[in-house]
Design a protein around this ligand. Sequence first.
Ligand code: GLU
Length: 492
Amino acid sequence: MLYRGAGRQASLHIAISGGAEYDSQDPHEAPRERLHQLPGGDLLVAMDERLEEAYQDIIRRNAGEIEFHQAVREVLESLGPVLAKRPELAERKIIERICEPERQVIFRVVWQDDTGEVQVNRGFRVQFNSALGPYKGGLRFHPSVYLGIIKFLGFEQIFKNALTGLPIGGAKGGSDFDPKGRSDDEIMRFCQSFMLELYRHLGEYRDVPAGDIGVGTREIGWLFGQYKRITNQYESGVLTGKGLGWGGSLVRKEATGYGAVYFVNEMLKVRGDSFEGKTCVVSGSGNVAIYTIEKACQLGARVVACSDSDGYVYDEAGIDLDLLKQIKEVERRRISAYAERRGSTARFVPGGNVWEIPCDIAMPSATQNELNGRDAAKLVKNGCIAVGEGANMPTTPDGVRIFLDAGVSFGVGKAANAGGVATSALEMQQNASRDSWTFEYTEERLAQIMRDIHRTCYETAKEYGAPGNYVLGANIAGFIRVAEAMEAFGLI
Ligand code: GLU
């Protein structure tokens, strides 16, 4: 069912034609073409007129940052009924304030590679919102990183972190540094140079980064070591995702994937269903994908495929998790190596599209905009009943629309993948009390948080007249928590 915001309406078509200077690159552009081609639907998603104006202004003031526009649009499309109920929020420009980062830091990172050549990269930290707690969010090292990516991720993080119910604000950072093909020494030198600037903006009460794409426990170790060296303090709570021997939390490594599966499990329960006997496809083969596969298998599913940017592996016997971990976590190799070593049940499909594989449950766990409208239509046609976004914004706007219209249970990333950052907040709690919890206790805390997030999104969607629409539920519930705290602090 298409949700329509309250008040006077403006169409998506009008909205996107405003961003003329880069229209051809805008992710709303391609989906728009397809939106009109889709069979049988009223496909223009409308926004409240005041929100449309605010959105146009955001496009103008953040020119070219197309992923950020996409993330903002998705949230604003949900907020019409909230502002209709609470007009004072609109009068006090809450939308304009929430969409403007509190602080954006961009810095030069210089380092020397193994041949002695000087390398120059760009570092970012966008401290988006601290209404609910210290800035919190990961660091991404990937060549695609630019300000628009970091802002989209930081914006999503505000609402995701609010949904956890834990005291954490929203932020994101990273660099266009590409770790692929770099030696351990090179990556360590890069991390040290990156931290030499970033440290002044961090602190356990100020800003607490963690990992994201290209940043795992190893990189957090090098970053933490350099922070400790510069500040001469053992400030455990300044970074999360640390190693278990030096302040890390059990379950943090597994948390995003496990959490996404817990969230999907709750959605399935609403349908009177479960993971038992289901066929799953998981995209990606990094940390999120690996622990999504692990938990889905523990709950009785069969995961038949996963992928990387070179292609996918299909394994009719189900992905062998020990082999996958050996190849990705120990040897740090490409996913094609899995098929080479697995034998006859598995094959690697170079350049293949993982969403062409029929499945009951799809878990996009690679990166933004990896699942488009065509993929969504294919999944629906193949009988997919639930989607859980382990990655941040992996489904394009037209893909989301197709899932919602088809009645697929769609677990939007900011709700479904909140288990990672939630467990980071549990790591901060353990660090603050100089304690460490057992695996069982920490996992149960994570599971409870995911059940609570699901219930909050489900009930909020119902209250606002869009039952089953977790996108709307997550956006509204996250927004209200942040907006109320911001209101309490006055005009800051
Ligand atoms: N990068 C993760 C995310 O997207 C985790 C952030 C954190 O633990 O601070 O939520």
